[in-house]
Structures are given as structure tokens and as C-alpha cells.
Design a protein around this ligand. Sequence first.
Ligand code: UD1
Length: 430
Amino acid sequence: MGHLVIQGGIPLRGKVKVNGSKNASLPIIAAALLTGEPVIIEGVPDLLDVRTMIAVLEGLGAAVDYAEEQALLRIASGELPPAAPPADLVSRMRASFLVLGPLLARNKKVSLPLPGGCAIGTRPVDLHLKGLTAMGASFSIVNGCVEGHTAGLRGARIYLDFPSVGATENIMMAATLAAGTTVLENAATEPEIVDLANCLNSMGAQVVGAGTAHIRIEGVPRLGGTRHAVIPDRIEAGTLMLAGVITGGDLIVENVLPDHLKPLLAKLIEAGAVVEEIDSTAIRAAAGARTAAVDLKTMPHPGFSTDLQPQFMVLLALAEGTGTVTETVFENRFRHVEGLSSMGARIRVEGRRAIVQGQPRLSGAPVVAPDLRGAAALLLAGLAAQGETKLLQAEHLWRGYCRLEERLALLGAQLERISAGRERAVHTGS
Ligand code: UD1
């Protein structure tokens, strides 16, 4: 357990570079199980979730070499890995369930504990299993584990009841090695799906239509190695932009793909923030006058990302007027509201809707990070608030943000990380 102590009220200024995407890296690491040949991935951020995924692959017998300073990962999974990765690792992180499709496709057999992860709802895996069942797999749940086997996967026409990101990725990966053609309808269209498809295609797969709701995969007998660079992390980019606006600062956020950030940029502009595309990979985000309240609804891509909802709520907590946040993707993603309220925010939750009455200021307080993006929201609130905020269970942040404190300090923030071993690292802007 670690925590952060933040001295708030300092506008963030300067330039900051975004890392490679966590949510693109994790499925691409799992995709390395589809081939025995080396897969080299560039831009892999050094995060707890990435380390967990690496450990899952190592537990399966893959040879992994991670040069974290260069963000370069090399995986060689060799001949068929064993079917069951280490249970404790898989239950720690939901994304480790992404090895399901690759293992079934290559091994014809798999045993995986039901996944863990952020406590933001029940998050079932029924869509993953339904899709793979249509492709000729059979599953049973035994003692909390998903046991799956197949005589050989075959192409199928699959309609997802909801455009689940993970189910789209698992089915897409499995289909690359299935016999025949798989057509996935109502597929997720997130940029990370496109990045995975690009990586799979560079390994010899035939995936067409990723980024649309209709993906077609022609199975091939085998895939080979590749070298692939992951896309920039749009959630980290959005979090940093919001940090600039919420603290009344002025940031240039580099290594971004503005197309991936359209829903956030539109809402920032609607709220009256200054947003300027400097060039095709850099965006300036700054506070104009006090931001105005807006209404927000999370949706699958290209709607507003649920992963930026908690951070945007902080902007609304400080905006002029009353705005609403409707969460449609996860059923329990308002756990950051408690911490924000103890900092003076006025938020009323009614089912899946939060009504946020903007206040002129927040004040520092001890708060507990409930999950990864909730932790980011409370950190942003702490940066903007008057006085000191102590963010407990800050390790949630380290699951998804790489060296965030150091990078914020370079922008002027004053914060101190106190890790479980009581070792202190002070980061100040001076
Ligand atoms: C991924 C992202 C996560 C993001 C989410 C939605 C990664 C590693 N994580 O998570 O950061 O918040 O997309 O953009 O990429 N569902 C079902 N049945 C299923 C699968 C999902 O009901 O079989 C439901 C979930 O409970 C949830 C919703 O669908 O309510 C969205 O889940 P999904 O899109 O699958 O998210 P993840 O892939 O887990």
C-alpha cells in the first residue's frame, strides 16, 4: 500500500509526452501466444498491469525480455505453452483473460480462473465464451475456473450483444488461426482494436474491418513473428489534458493522435477550455475562463470513454453551473464520488447518473483511491484543490500511469510518494 501527498492549487504548465497505450499493449502481449516466433513490441509502458501480463506469459513458459527504459518488449512463446497460466496472476487482473482466445487457438485446451481487476461492476465474460462457443469451443466453470477445449476452432458468424472490447479482442485473436471465415458483428471499434488487428496482420493474419462494427477474419494455418509499435495512450493523454485545464494551467501534450481524442476534445471545447491542435501529434489544453458545466454520457467508442469519466467529473465539480454524468458502460463506476465529496464537491448519484453542482474551489482532504481511473480523478482533484490531499491506496495509479508523479512534478506539481516500505520520494516543480 502506498500513498501520495499532494500540495494543491498550482497551475500545471509545460510540455509532457504521452506513453504507449496500456490497453493496446495488453492484448498485443497476449497475441504473442499465437506464434512460436519472436514478437517485438515497441512503446510498452512500465506499469503494474503490463508486469502482470508479462508474468502470465512467463508462467506459460514464454521467454520474455523487457527493456523498460526503452519500452521494448520481446516475447518468444516457443512451442505450445501449457494450458493453465498461474491462477493468482490471472485473478489479479481482468485483462489476463485475453490469453483465453490465443491459448484455445494454439492449444485447443485452456483453464483460466475467472478474472479480477478494478472493482467497477460485475464485469462478466459471457460474450467472450459465447463467441468462442460459436467457433466450436466448449466451456464449463469448475471451482471458479473456466475450463475450455475444442477439437479445432472454425470460423463463425458472431453477433455481440454489446460491443465488448475484451470479447472482440479474444474472438479476433482466436479467429486468426480458426479454419475458415469469422464475421464479428457489433464489434467494439476502439482504437486499441485497430492496433491489435494491425499487429495480427503484421504476423500474417487476415483481419479486415477493425475499427468498424463489422470485422471479418479469414483464418490462416499459422502466424509468424513481428515487430510492432503500439499507439499512444489516449486515456493517459486525456488525463493529462484534464490536469492542465482543471488546475487552471496550460499544457502541451505530445505523442497523441487527436482522432482518438475527439469525444474528449469536443467536451472540453463545449465546457469553454482552450484546446488547440499544435500539429498532428500534439495538443495544447489550457484553462480559459472558469469552465462551464456540460452534460456527459459514456458510450462505447466513438462515444465518450468511460475511462475518462471520473477525471472529467472533477472538471464539472469545479465548473460554473450544474452538469450531469451518465455512465452507460459500467454499472458501478462512481466510487470516486465519495472522495470528491469529502474535498467539497457537490455530487448526487441517482442510479447511473451523477448530478454535479460546480463549486468555485475544492479543498484538500485524505481520500482513498477506489480503482485505477478513480485514483486519477482524485489525484487531479488534489492538484486543483486548496491545501493538502493525501491519496491513499495510490498504487491503483501505478497499474495504469507510468512515472506519473515525476512527470507532473516537471509541470510544476508538488507531490510526494510514500510507498509501502515508507521510502519517500519528493517531487516538486522547482
Ligand atoms: C476494456 C478496457 C477498459 C475499458 C473498457 C470499456 C482493457 C484492458 N480494458 O475493458 O479500460 O474501461 O474496455 O471501454 O482494454 N461485458 C459483459 N459481458 C462480457 C464482456 C463485457 O457483460 O462478456 C460488459 C462489462 O461488464 C461492462 C461492459 O460490457 O459492463 C464493457 O466491458 P468491455 O468492453 O468488455 O471492457 P473490458 O474489455 O473489460
